[in-house]
Design a protein around this ligand. Structure first.
Ligand code: FES
Length: 164
């Protein structure tokens, strides 16, 4: 069992560090375990802060540059905190012609963020995505697992207000 110095990170509580240590210890000498370790640690913390990646690198004895390289290569990893809710706004053609741009503008204006960012209170992350496969409902956005079709810039804020 390794004993590493845990960095001070306000997003990582002691019980999270305990779980992270378990993940590191159970993957320590396994070849090709980097992605597994990063994915499981991200599941615990919600994202991969730099000090956590350094900690993992020391724990599984792999250069930090390699860990960072893997974390930045794969889209499934996030190096920034995510909001409690993720809004995926479809910018595909069908949604675009039905006015999704105005909906996106309204969200960005209301929550003072741009696509790809997270609100300061970490309530929402917003992403611009391509066709969500629900063109018949255009314009469409998805909040977490909820699909909202026929959205408009007038209605969108009251819909989002239900996500605390
Ligand atoms: S273009 Fe938006 S769901 Fe297809």
């Amino acid at each position: 069992m390794i004993q590493l110095n845990r960095p001070q990170n306000p997003d990582i509580q002691e019980n999270m560090w305990d779980k992270i240590d378990e993940i590191i210890n159970s993957n320590k000498n396994k070849a090709g375990s980097v992605i597994t370790v990063l994915r499981e640690c991200q599941n615990i913390v919600g994202y991969l802060p730099l000090d956590l990646m350094d900690y993992i690198a020391t724990g599984i004895n792999i250069p930090a540059s390699h860990i960072f390289g893997v974390a930045t290569f794969y889209a499934l990893f996030s190096l920034k905190p995510k909001g409690r809710h993720t809004i995926r706004v479809c910018m595909g053609t069908a949604c675009y012609v039905k006015g999704i741009k105005e909906v996106m503008d309204r969200i960005e204006q209301e929550f003072k963020i741009k696509a790809g960012e997270t609100t300061e209170d970490r309530r929402f992350s917003i992403e611009a995505v391509r066709c969500l496969g629900a063109c018949g409902l255009a314009p469409v956005l998805v909040v977490d697992k909820d699909t909202h079709g026929g959205v408009s810039s007038d209605k969108i804020i009251s819909i989002l207000e239900t996500y605390k």
